[in-house]
Design a protein around this ligand. Structure first.
Ligand code: AMP
Ligand code: MN
Ligand code: MN
Ligand code: MN
Length: 288
């Protein structure tokens, strides 16, 4: 069994490592198959691919698309996408298009609370200005000493219902799945345990996602509590979906789960990565 990690971020979205450093860290930690899945952007993939080739690890070209489904933000991973696909790139550009205006509104909310300069402050942390997001504001708040950690920044200011949360209309579930599938990739519901959906709503999401051509759900995620993988494994089986696993790593600091080292999928899951693992086993000349 190889070490696989199919969800990670670089400075092309809200991670703090360059694609090269991210791949180097993954290799050091024994990851054999890594997906780089920046939010709404694929700019880190060429550098990550070169670094992965140099270290003998397999890179899966990925992206994490922001979706609004019945007023709720849902993240859909695209794995093994073709980042050169025109429809995918046009769609990603449209999805991230509203981020700067949204950041301005967030900054106005911080101004109203007497926290000045947050737009420029967040910008300093956003290497990719198109991808400015809440994590960059959280880093600014930490730098200012307004909060002790990223988690508290979301809890007090940036999370849903908090004073600096600005509702945003992302793309639709069907568009995200179609862009991913149209580029030859597979669509995966990221960290299903993070959404404030009741059981009926989650089942509706899974049914609709499957109907639209979605392939898998992230059964193992650093966002999940210990009992959740078993629940999502059962739902994956019920809805005919495969299973994925990812650390959702963003930074060596800030308390994120590190790359690799994820628990195994619960028994009875169909891993979304079967072909990728087999190909890497062949390269490494190991049995699996
Ligand atoms: P955005 O796309 O700008 O809305 O930012 C979403 C990102 O914020 C996610 O990808 C996470 O990296 C981060 N995030 C969301 N909620 C939390 C939380 N409660 N604690 C820490 N980070 C969070
Ligand atoms: Mn993020
Ligand atoms: Mn996410
Ligand atoms: Mn993520």
């Amino acid at each position: 069994m190889l070490n696989l990690d199919l969800h990670s971020h670089s400075i092309f979205s809200d991670g703090t490592l360059t694609p090269e450093s991210l791949v180097a860290r993954a290799a050091q930690r024994g990851v054999a198959v890594l997906a780089l899945t920046d939010h709404d952007h694929t700019g880190g993939l060429p550098a990550a691919r070169a670094a992965a080739a140099a270290r003998g690890i397999r890179l899966i070209d990925g992206v994490e698309i922001s979706v609004t489904w019945h007023g709720q933000t849902i993240h859909i991973l695209g794995l093994a996408i073709d980042a050169g696909d025109t429809a995918l790139q046009t769609g990603l550009a449209a999805t991230r298009g509203g981020r700067i205006e949204r950041a301005r509104k967030m900054a106005a909310a911080f101004d109203a609370l007497g926290i000045a300069g947050s737009f420029e402050g967040a910008q300093q942390f956003a290497d990719n200005p198109q991808l400015i997001g809440r994590t960059h504001f959280a880093r600014f708040l930490m730098q200012q000493g307004a909060v002790k950690d990223i988690k508290t920044a979301f809890k007090r200011f940036l999370g849903g219902g908090q004073p600096c949360y600005v509702p945003h209309q992302w793309t639709s579930l069907s568009d995200a799945v179609n862009w991913i599938n149209g580029s030859g990739g597979v669509a995966v519901i990221a960290h299903p345990g993070r959404y404030p959906l009741d059981t009926a709503q989650m089942r509706a999401l899974l049914a609709e996602f499957r109907e639209l051509g979605g392939a898998a759900i992230e059964v193992v995620s650093s966002s999940h509590k210990p009992h959740q993988p078993a629940t999502f494994a059962a739902q994956a089986r019920e809805f005919g979906l495969a299973a994925s696993a990812g650390s959702d790593f963003h930074s060596p600091q800030e308390g994120y789960h590190d790359l690799g080292g994820l628990p195994a999928l619960p028994h009875g899951c169909a891993p979304v990565w079967r072909d990728w693992e087999a190909a890497q086993c062949e390269v490494l000349n190991v049995k699996c």
